[in-house]
Each structure stands twice: as structure tokens, then as C-alpha cells.
Design a protein around this ligand. Structure first.
Ligand code: GLU
Length: 281
């Protein structure tokens, strides 16, 4: 099987050193395995995605010395495909509409209990207020959620292999963790037609990705992805979650950290080799 990996940025801000690390590492792995490196633009959030950020991504990655096959897949063009996957889950009876706003969820979740996490990889763990609403009730203001209890009952919980240093080994999905530390995740966000979790799972499968290389901050979300792969009958790739690039205060870089933007280093005359040296590649 040909090794295939991808770098999947969202065009919602400048690429910073953390993105450069992710892209260069995935590229390096692909080269070492005589495999392929793909670029995918994760732009389902049309309220935050901008064409000039997308152009800047192509420009920065090209400057860093990376190349990738054309055409580049853009998630905003694949909404019918995500809908198809969603319908599979709907037909299995695993999806319900939810009208709760952030404040409703906070109130329903109640006071924090000691030792019980209120947040999971999809944000605040949903208290289940709308869980019994039928799909026929769904309106334009609703999000669509996965009923985690039903999803666990409907699937064989898979294992996945992780090769990144921090979590290296084989991991088995765990029903208790999915239920209590993940909960009813959102499959379709308001005004988006999909969600990160649904899109990433469908795309990785459709693009025959064999190895997912990405930051450690997404390790906990991987159990959601592997669960969805099981439900949708899609293959599970091998995962490599790499260390995060941090600023001098030890904080991980975010999109708003423009000071670490690759484009800014370029403007200041840095070379691609200097960028690699900065991130230890
Ligand atoms: N689009 C995601 C991000 O920019 C990356 C998702 C992934 O690699 O799975 O954080």
C-alpha cells in the first residue's frame, strides 16, 4: 500500500511555525516512504475562511519547498458527499437535532462535579437536553448531533495505531470514555452543512490517506474519528500526533499568533532553512 499523508489547514489565518512543522514533517515522512503528500483546504467554516488566506497557504508552503498534486481538495466543494455520510448515520437512527445555544448547555450542565470533566475534544460535553427530539423536527437553527450511546451500541469499537512519541502504541476505543468524556458530538454545525469531525473522516477515506500526521492537540479527537470510521464502514489510517511548537513562554501557537507567521519571517528575510532550524527539522 502506498504511503499517503496530508496537510489539512483551515484558511482562517496565517500559517505559523506550528503549521510549518506539521506540513514539513508529513512531507518528510512521505518522502522517506516514497509515498505521497496531499494538501487539503478545510474551509467548511465559510464565515471564517478567506480566499487570501488560502492563497497565502499555497505561497508559504511552496516557498518552504513543498509540492503536492493538483487539484487540491477544498471541503467547501464537498458538502453533498458529507451529506451522504450523514444520511448513513441518520438511517441508522444515530442523529438528532439540537437547538441548544452555548448558554443553554452551560445551564443544563450545572455546577462542575469534582473529578468529572465538563469538556471533551468536541467542546463542552452535551447534557442531552434535545436527545429525544425526532429528526423530522429539525429546523434551520438546529445543529445535528450524534447520539453517542446509540453509536456505541451500533458499532464494534475499533483499535487504532499511533506512532507519535507521546501516545505511541495501540489504542482501543472505550465506551465509558466516549460516553462520559466525549458525549454527543456535533455532526453538522449551524450554517456549515458539516463539521470538522464528519468532513475529516470522509475526506481521509476518500483520499486514501494511510497516515494522518497532525498536532498532539488533536489526539483526543481521534477517538471520534475512529468511531465514525467504524460506523461508516471506512478504513482507519495510522495516526501520528506530533509535538506542538510553543512560543518562548511555552504556550502553543494559535492562528492569532501572527508574530510567528511564516509570512512574517519571510518578509524579515528568513530562509526556508532557517525556518526548519527554528522548529528542529
Ligand atoms: N483543519 C485542521 C486544523 O487546521 C486540521 C485537521 C487535521 O489535520 O485532521 O487544525
Amino acid at each position: 500500500m502506498t504511503f499517503r499523508t496530508r496537510f489539512a489547514p483551515s484558511p482562517t489565518g496565517p500559517l505559523h511555525l506550528g503549521h510549518a512543522y506539521s506540513a514539513l514533517l508529513a512531507y518528510k515522512f512521505a518522502q522517506a516512504e516514497a509515498g505521497e503528500f496531499l494538501l487539503r483546504i478545510e474551509d467548511i467554516d465559510q464565515s471564517r475562511s478567506r480566499p487570501d488566506w488560502e492563497t497565502q497557504i499555497y505561497d508559504d508552503l511552496g516557498w518552504l519547498g513543498l509540492s503536492w498534486p493538483q487539484p487540491v481538495v477544498r471541503q467547501s466543494e464537498r458538502l453533498p458527499r458529507y451529506r451522504q455520510a450523514l444520511e448513513t448515520l441518520m438511517n441508522m437512527g444515530l442523529v438528532y437535532p439540537c437547538k441548544c445555544k452555548r448558554a443553554d448547555i452551560e445551564i443544563a450542565a450545572g455546577a462542575p462535579q469534582e473529578g468529572v470533566s465538563q469538556f471533551g475534544p468536541d467542546g463542552r460535553i452535551y447534557p442531552g437536553t434535545c436527545r429525544n427530539r425526532p429528526l423530522s423536527d429539525a429546523g434551520p437553527e438546529d445543529v445535528l448531533r450524534l447520539d453517542m450511546q446509540k453509536a456505541i451500541s451500533a458499532s464494534i469499537l475499533r483499535t487504532f495505531s499511533e506512532t507519535g512519541a507521546a501516545y505511541s502504541g495501540t489504542h482501543r476505543l472505550d465506551a465509558d470514555t466516549l460516553l462520559n468524556a466525549v458525549g454527543d458530538i456535533i455532526l453538522v454545525r449551524r450554517n456549515m452543512g458539516s463539521s470538522y469531525h464528519l468532513s475529516v473522516v470522509v475526506d481521509d477515506a476518500d483520499q486514501n490517506i494511510t497516515h494522518v500526521v497532525r498536532g498532539e492537540d488533536l489526539f483526543e479527537a481521534t477517538q471520534i474519528h475512529v468511531l465514525l470510521q467504524g460506523l461508516l464502514g471506512l478504513p482507519t489510517p495510522i495516526y501520528h500526533h506530533h509535538r506542538l511548537i510553543r512560543d518562548s513562554a511555552g504556550k502553543r501557537l494559535a492562528k492569532r499568533d501572527d508574530a510567528r507567521a511564516v509570512s512574517l519571517y519571510r518578509q524579515q528575510g528568513a530562509s526556508p532553512a532557517e525556518i526548519r532550524a527554528m522548529i528542529g527539522l
